[in-house]
Design a protein around this ligand. Structure first.
Ligand SMILES: [Zn+2]
Length: 334
């Protein structure tokens, strides 16, 4: 059985759209004759045409394991070398009945699904779409278990995963992409008006060799809004923030506060939002973390300012920190 060209093409297209996926986030799958091809954990969708990013799995085995509440339903469901493991989110793809399933961390969608009670307000933008929303669960088997009954009862093909992303299913790769793109466009209601960055104000901070400018200029924008800066520093809004921005984000008012933070060891340095100046990132910050940071700030800057955020709680955060599957994803992106 061959991997359909359309699967590879859509994977690459989605992977190149940073408003849909950042770093190794998001995944896509294809099912046929009790086999499911799914993106390997830690690989990037944007690499779909450059190399094989898919793992062949035994769908029947996974579904049977999920139905019998196996704590590790994807165990022994694939073959191949040790580095190509199926995505953390394989079980979620398996229980979707559709041939093609696409899951993304779309920033336009995230700007809604991190808000408290978004379910009551989102529907008006989603007429003609069969959707449901479920509360935050740790990605993987906890999430797919939480999804089983609502999915069966609703017959929905679009599911909003609170504080995480969106998953959609259809019978063609192009169609599932259109569904996601359409929702993304409908849920974009605007973002913070952009300010011109005065880089001469940032220069003095750069004499210190511990920090550098962020890869994406866009991320500076948050520094011009106290409210959005608070949203970014008060808590964790999605799991990849824990995995790839592990030293957190701090808001500082001036150079004196900056110097104090520079006394920290290199591997403890947080991202810094400098009031009305811009954003600095630790010199050692990796490309994948730059992408996650951009996704996070794009999400926040799209949230209407009078809305409140539903942050992940401490036990959600601990579950992600201590999770071996996430350690594998981190390792693949070193
Ligand atoms: Zn995800």
């Amino acid at each position: 059985m061959k991997i359909p060209t359309s699967l590879i093409e859509i994977a690459e297209k989605v992977g190149n759209d940073i408003t849909l996926v950042q770093g190794p986030g998001g995944n896509i799958s294809y099912k046929k004759n009790n086999i499911m091809y799914i993106k390997a954990s830690g690989t990037k969708m944007s690499d779909a045409k450059k190399k094989n990013i898919f793992v062949k799995t035994d769908l029947l085995k996974i579904i049977t394991a999920i139905e019998s509440n196996d704590p590790d339903p994807i165990k022994n469901s694939w073959s191949g070398d040790g580095l190509m493991k199926p995505s953390i989110e394989t079980s979620m793809h398996a229980i979707m009945p559709h041939t093609y399933v696409l899951h993304v961390h779309c920033v336009n969608t995230l700007s809604w699904i991190v808000q408290k009670n978004f379910q009551k307000r989102i529907g008006i933008h989603l007429k003609d779409i069969k959707w449901i929303a479920i509360p935050y669960k740790k990605p993987g088997v906890c999430l797919s278990n939480a999804l089983k009954v609502p999915l069966r009862e609703s017959n929905a093909n679009v599911i909003f995963l609170s504080n995480h992303g969106i998953i959609a299913g259809s019978n063609s790769a192009n169609d599932v992409f259109s569904i996601i793109k359409n929702i993304s466009q409908k849920l974009f209601l605007g973002e913070l008006e952009k300010k011109i960055i005065d880089f001469s104000k940032i220069d003095k901070y750069l004499f210190n060799k511990k920090y550098k400018l962020p890869e994406y200029e866009y991320v500076h924008q948050i520094a011009f809004s106290y409210k959005y800066s608070q949203m970014a520093t008060k808590g964790i809004i999605f799991p990849d923030q824990i995995v790839f921005l592990e030293n957190g984000i701090r808001y500082i008012n001036n150079y004196d506060e900056f110097i104090k933070i520079c006394n920290l060891e290199d591997n403890k340095l947080p991202i810094l939002i400098i009031k009305n100046v811009g954003v600095l990132v630790p010199k050692c910050l990796k490309e994948v973390s730059e992408d996650i940071l951009l996704g996070l700030f794009m999400t926040i800057l799209r949230i209407p300012q009078n809305n409140s955020i539903s942050y992940l709680n401490n036990s959600d955060i601990k579950d992600i920190i201590n999770w071996d599957m996430e350690k594998h994803r981190q390792m693949m992106n070193k």
